[in-house]
Ligand binder design. Structure first.
Ligand code: ATP
Ligand code: MG
Length: 391
């Protein structure tokens, strides 16, 4: 029997005149996500996308497709000539599968009749199919209000029968929302922040700061690994790798040590903004969250924020660490994030960092440095790595 994957998208269907643009981008993104699995047919019909499953590995396709942003859920549907006896048989098969695999006890049938020439109306289809399942599926009972599973029957050019819905992440199709530069550290927070913004359709480039040779090659590898995990959802990612060591040395030499973190963070923001503008990114993204560490008090956030003019998105700003960790586990970055490699911020770390910096005082300290020259030098020596998803 022919099988297709039905792909549902939510919010995009509200997009009015722009809808074709969002749908077509989603279609392109789905095709890209399964390209490595073969020459698979994907098409748009009835306000959804469909994939011909043929003999391909269904689980592999589902895994790749549910990582595509904009998709609310998918279902495997059986397609065959519309005929009530066949519909009853296939629906019964589906019900039995659900009993075996998902321990389902109650069900309900929902029907749609797109082809009005089909002689039986939808409520009648549901009644007949429901009755047939009830009679033949053993202990399964009907529950119209809160069933464990809904068996769906759709009559269009052919009959479509499906049951289970596998959830996607929702959001908007990637690359429909402009581009932003993610400050990607080796920690737990920034990959999650980038993922959340990407889920809203914003294309992500990343920038990372290290203090090589004070930080190791393994620390750098770790950030590439994190970018690779993001690329599962986004496709290839451009990662800018910047050595901050000369800047940290200059700060160490000329400025109060307690200001090390806040001053380096202003440099990070300034370098990120310059790279962002150069790459046509319209915003920065960070994993900052109020109160997490000394550099994330409101005073510190204000001081780092005023190093740049473009918007800085902080999707985690009001989230608790435990909730951030849950997302990082869901998107599979957690295990990589907790690997113990040093971040550039741990070099020259002050014992007692300022927690309530005053902007005027920080700007006075910056006057002791050749800020422009240091930034220019860091950018000139920046390394660019294109990170591809693993197949
Ligand atoms: P994370 O878990 O993301 O490392 P954190 O809790 O360690 O965050 P901070 O070190 O204060 O917090 O960093 C706050 C944000 O600043 C990070 O989420 C990230 O966006 C950015 N950032 C910090 N260090 C770096 C770095 N070495 N390279 C790029 N961005 C960085
Ligand atoms: Mg960090």
């Amino acid at each position: 029997m022919e099988k297709v994957l039905i792909i549902r998208y939510g919010e995009i269907s509200l997009k009015g005149l722009n809808r074709p643009y969002f749908e077509n981008t989603l279609l392109k993104n789905v095709k890209r996500a399964i390209k490595h699995l073969g020459d698979i047919n994907v098409y748009k019909a009835y306000g959804r996308l469909y994939i011909d499953l043929e003999d391909y590995d269904v689980d592999e396709i589902i895994e790749a497709v549910t990582n595509v942003f904009g998709i609310v859920s998918v279902s495997v549907a059986y397609i065959f000539e519309a005929d009530m006896d066949r519909v009853c048989e296939v629906a019964l098969e589906q019900a039995k599968e659900c009993i075996e695999e998902d321990d389902v006890k109650t069900f309900k049938v929902e029907s749609k009749r797109g082809n009005k020439r089909f002689p039986i109306k939808s409520p009648e289809i549901s009644r007949v199919v429901g009755g047939y399942i009830l009679e033949n599926a053993g202990e399964l009972e009907v529950d119209v209000h809160n069933p464990d599973v809904i068996i769906n029957v759709e009559i269009r050019d052919k009959a479509y029968v499906y049951s289970r819905k596998i959830p996607g992440f929702g959001g908007m199709p990637y690359r429909t929302g402009g581009k932003a530069m993610l400050l990607l550290s080796g920690g737990i927070d920034s990959p999650v922040a980038g993922w959340l913004v990407a889920k809203r359709g914003v294309e992500i480039e990343a920038i990372h700061y290290h203090s090589y040779p004070f930080t190791s090659d393994r620390a750098k590898e770790k950030v590439i690994d994190l970018a690779r995990i993001l690329s599962r959802y986004c496709g290839r990612i451009r990662l800018h790798s910047v050595n901050l060591l000369n800047i940290q040395k200059a700060i160490n030499e000329k400025c109060p040590l307690a200001e090390m973190t806040i001053l380096s963070r202003r440099f990070m923001m300034a370098i990120a903004q310059r790279t962002a503008l150069d790459r046509k990114c319209k915003a920065l993204v960070t994993g900052e969250s109020i109160g997490q560490v000394a550099s994330q008090t409101l005073e510190s956030l204000n001081v780092t924020n005023s190093a740049v003019d473009i918007p800085v998105f902080r999707p985690l700003i009001a989230m608790d660490k435990l909730d951030i960790i849950k997302i990082s586990q869901k998107i599979d970055s957690y295990e990589t994030s907790i690997l113990p490699f040093e971040d550039c911020c741990t070099v020259f770390l002050p014992d007692r960092p300022v927690t309530k910096p005053r902007l005027e005082k920080i700007i006075d300290s910056e006057k002791l440095l050749d800020v422009e020259e240091l930034i220019k030098d860091a950018i000139d020596n920046m390394e660019v790595i294109i990170v591809y998803p693993e197949d």
